[in-house]
Ligand binder design. Sequence first.
Ligand code: CA
Length: 501
Amino acid sequence: MSEQRLRDNPTAASGPGQMAVGKIAVSADMAIPPGTPSERRHTVSLWLYLIGAVAFLFGCYLLFLEDTAQTRLTLPSLSPRTELPGADTRPAARAEVRAPVAQIAAAASGIAVGAVAVDPRRTLTTEFLEGLWHDAELAGVRRQTFDRAFQGNTNLDLDIVALNANQPEFDRTVGDYVGMIVTPERIAVGRARLEQHAGILEAIEKRYGVDRHVLLAIWGIETNFGLAKGDRSVIRSLATLASAEPRRAAFWRGELVAALMFAEQEKIAPERLVGSWAGAMGHTQFMPSTLLKHGVDFDGDGVRDVWASVPDALASAAHYLQASGWMAGRAWGREVVLPADFDYLMATPAASRSLTAWRVLGVRPQTGVLPTIEEGTTWQLVVPSGAGGPAFLVSPNFDALLSYNRAYSYAVAVGALADRLAGNPSIQAAWPKGEPPLSRDQRIELQEILVSLGFDTGGVDGVLGMKSREAIRNFQKGKRLPADGYPSSSLLTRIRSERRL
Ligand code: CA
């Protein structure tokens, strides 16, 4: 890095040294000592040699100082996928994430944190671009398109590296998330958009069988009805992630190639592919591979334009949900009331059953009546925040929503907002209070204790999948606790006490 800087600006390093040598040489001429001409010449020569040697050494010393200062300012590159030890995992504004990046870079290099700056010139390597071109060419991308995509666009976006490392870990409870999404303002704007786009929504419903209120809810959640689509270069974002995030490099690289393919196929300039820092694009935030596969040109202008065309974006979302198993005419789910002493082991996909079977088990709708015309569909009981919060019977359409975003909180928020847009009541049961979600470290701790107690969590990785939930259920069952499989902070407290026994 410092060598590069020296080449770019040689005077920056050598200037001070030369000036010092010059000044000393001038003062040597003025200090010629007395004596015979030959003696004087000899003495002068000796003095000049000595002064020259001192000046040379002094110049070298100044150069060394300058080089050290430059090293301090041009920190080495961030190690790919640097973890942020002790960093705040809540969503961070761009300005806020800059500080940890500098600190980590400094920590990694062993240089004290001070006035540090991350080198802004980090670029994609030739090796990366050559390998990418190989993949892109095989995928049918022309060299012209590829070159245009990376023209002046090869510097990494270091904000993204920090954002990716700093992703929030379930920083909100399901209740908080739903409350944040389903607001009077969003409902009001959504209802206005329903009227504004009634004709398009009618046509999309007819073509794909997806409820218009669900499409509006997705639009409202993803980009606040198009107000926050993101304006980062998706090519640059994905290239940054593909080259700086080795853990999921193949995924990001695949999305990057898909983005290039999309630009090629739609004849869209690559710089028009803008979106979120993680590469999601347009009104309904499609990743490139999903857009490539499920994007729809609904307004018929020849381009699948999910950025400028609301019909294209909403139809693409409907097409994707249809492909993900959406069943026309079915509700996403219904809030229900469970009988006392309900066996929460029934709240698993394996226990899905017909509405008639749920009625027999004493499950009642929170408001109104359970649908009767939807027989033939199995419904799953979901308690997104455990036994202490609302319960839902959900149809396969809930799974289709999960294909958009795997978080239960997301699917419940879409369903709840869609219900409100359709004029139905909001969720009635209260969400549990004072139960902050577990951090990654706490989830790992929970898994470690479960394993030490003889339960199979399917690994200790901080990801509480089906096996970990099952392990929690089995633990709860043994302790005669409601076996909802929910990893609450009170469960962690309880299980810690078990370990000590
Ligand atoms: Ca179009």
